[in-house]
Ligand binder design. Structure first.
Ligand code: PMP
Ligand code: GLN
Length: 381
């Protein structure tokens, strides 16, 4: 194995899901829903499979999906992207993020990102030979905040990208317009491109607004905006994602994507186009359902004695254990102690001490599953 990949072992998601299977535990670790997405989307996939759409789709993605992504960006965020030159379909957001980093970073370039960060970021940055410059999100009240001085200090002459995930996994933080404005100003001051991971764009609660940084002044032309179908349409196994941005940036992403996967998910792409066409009534229902699940799990965890950091968005809630407790050890023993799996978020930090005692539970599960998990956690000593 090449040196730059040696620090990366098995992902925590694979480890914890395997532990859940082995111990027969309730898996609130890896974030995937336990119910299916819209029946119209599933039917459209079956039709495409039976209807002979099983060969290579076009490189940038099937035209109806690019058109549907374009219409979605316009309807929800007021952003105009030309489906022919400014949108590319990818193998999930993960491939879009990797392709963007590989396409835009020379070896030694720096990528500003917020820790704890989604685990593929560090690996993709390492594959590109780039360097991550983490800015820490710290528990603050019942949410998370970053220090402006630390953010400024992370920028410098080698800054090439800012990798921004809002709503943020694992913290559930929804970045405010003020925070995004500060990040946008720094991007412009240092000539950096924003690569945004917006897979939880529709999963925001308490009336909060998701603000794509591409909508801020001067940012559309320097942003690669990335999302995917997995979360919004409960199909995490389909791996259909997209990147939108000015043609100069999107063509760079496509150049790399051609040689990572060439194309992907032929028959699933038209089905995701159908799902995107369902519009806000579907999205609003998903949001309402997940908001109530968030409340259910947060209340349950509090009743079991946990200190809950209430998320504004995503599938996840983090809890702060006693400051002397190690989250990895805790999560490794939790299945045997009570039959529930969670994920230690310290593995998503460079500054591990900042997150040693934090663990994450997913609430994208049926209510009866959440209730049973809480019942088990309440029995913990
Ligand atoms: N980014 C974040 C923040 C995620 O939580 C996930 C997990 N699903 C992904 C990217 C990956 O998305 P996809 O499955 O579309 O590749
Ligand atoms: N995004 C999901 C999570 O954070 C899982 C992704 C994965 O397994 N790689 O739980």
């Amino acid at each position: 194995l090449v040196a730059r990949m040696r620090p990366f072992g098995t992902t925590i998601f694979a480890e914890m899901s395997a532990l859940a299977v082995r111990t027969g535990s309730i898996n609130l670790g890896q974030g995937f829903p336990d119910t299916d997405g819209p029946p119209e989307m599933l039917e459209a996939a079956v039709e495409a499979l039976r209807g002979g759409r099983n060969q290579y789709p076009p490189g940038p993605g099937v035209p109806e999906l690019r058109a549907a992504v374009s219409a979605h960006q316009k309807a929800h965020w007021g952003l105009d992207y030309d489906p022919d030159s400014e949108i590319v379909i990818t193998a999930g957001a993960t491939e879009a993020i990797a392709a963007a980093i590989l396409a835009l970073c020379e070896a030694g370039d720096e990528v500003v990102c917020f820790e704890p960060y989604y685990d593929s970021y560090a690996a993709s940055i390492a594959l590109a030979g780039a360097v991550r410059r983490p800015v820490t999100l710290r528990p603050d009240g019942d949410g998370y905040a970053f220090d402006e001085a630390q953010l400024r200090a992370a920028f410098g002459p080698r800054t090439r990208l800012v990798l921004l995930n809002s709503p943020h996994n694992p913290t559930g933080k929804v970045f405010s317009r003020e925070e995004l404005t500060l990040i946008a100003e720094l991007c412009q001051e240092f000539g950096a491109v924003a690569v945004t991971d917006e897979v939880y764009e529709h999963l925001v609660y308490d009336g909060l607004a998701h603000v794509p940084i591409a909508t801020l002044p001067g940012m559309r032309e320097r942003t690669v905006q990335i999302s995917s179908a997995g979360k919004t349409f409960s199909c995490t196994g389909w791996k259909v994602g997209w990147a939108c941005g000015p043609a100069s940036l999107v063509s760079a992403v496509l150049r790399v994507k051609q040689f990572l996967t060439y194309v992907n998910a032929g028959p699933l792409q038209p089905a995701v186009a159908v799902a995107l066409g369902l519009g806000s009534s579907y999205v609003d229902r998903v949001r309402a359902s997940l908001e109530s699940k968030r409340d259910r799990l947060c209340a349950g965890l509090s009743s079991a004695g946990f200190t809950v950091l209430k998320p504004g968005g995503t599938y996840f809630v983090t809890v702060a254990l006693d400051s002397s407790t190690d989250g990895v050890e805790y999560c490794r023993s939790l299945p045997e102690r009570c039959g529930v799996v969670a994920v230690p978020t310290q593995v998503f930090y460079d500054n591990v001490d900042q997150g040693r005692h934090l663990i994450r539970f997913a609430f994208c599960k049926r209510d009866d599953v959440l209730d049973e998990a809480v019942r088990r956690l309440q029995l913990l000593e």
